[in-house]
Design a protein around this ligand. Sequence first.
Ligand code: KIV
Length: 272
Amino acid sequence: MSLPESPYKKVTTHSIQKMKIAGEKISMITAYDYSFAKIFDAAGMDIILVGDSASNVMAGHVTTLPITLEQMIYHAQSVVRAHQRSLIVVDIPFGYYQSNSEIALASAIRIMKESGGHTVKLEGGEEVIDSVKKIVRAGVPVMGHLGLTPQSINKFGTYTVRATEEAEAEKLKKDALLLQEAGCFAIVLEKIPASLAKAVTESLSIPTIGIGAGADCDGQVLVMHDLLGINTNFTPRFLRKYLNLEEQISSAIKQYIQDVKTKDFPNEMEQY
Ligand code: KIV
């Protein structure tokens, strides 16, 4: 499948803004290593997110809470080595920005200096506004993240849809405007009603990127393991699976084991 040539040789926060104005949808996916990031970048992905979902899909933790700043920097360095065109966003992990804005700035600076990523992302609204302002003032672009914010899973108790009640929806709308005023260049909206995501998207001049937030967001993001079907036991309604890699990899590996056991591999052509 070939895509029409993009006018953006390198995607920047400015290109993302132009895409919103032009009504061009923004594509975003997570990646945590060089090899996958290279494929996604070459395929024409606008944004690659080095998500703290690495804690789940790379390290096998139940939540995103355990991953450290050093581990995020390691994943981001690997992704950055693959960079040609995509904008690279790196999550600031839990515990490295919540306590105060000085710590938040120090974490953002470490990510930028040590990984070479282009921007950072953090979760929350009003509670993190001082940190967003300080990081933006230091010249680091910030992506916000509202709705289901997985770093707060212990407060929410479940991963169900957020902001279905009026009070939470109103707070989310207010938080989105605060994040925009504080200088965020885009906001992820995770698992909220499509009608609310539409209203927020229309109220902002910066782009929204949805995950389980409907078709009216300015862009969409999915976790690579989910859309490639590496995680077969994760089947939320919002997820479209483009491959069933777990099945394909498993059958390839079984074939390899059988070929080794039966002495079919290697054959004469596969040796020196
Ligand atoms: O860490 C992550 O993968 C994310 C996406 C769900 C947006 O934050």
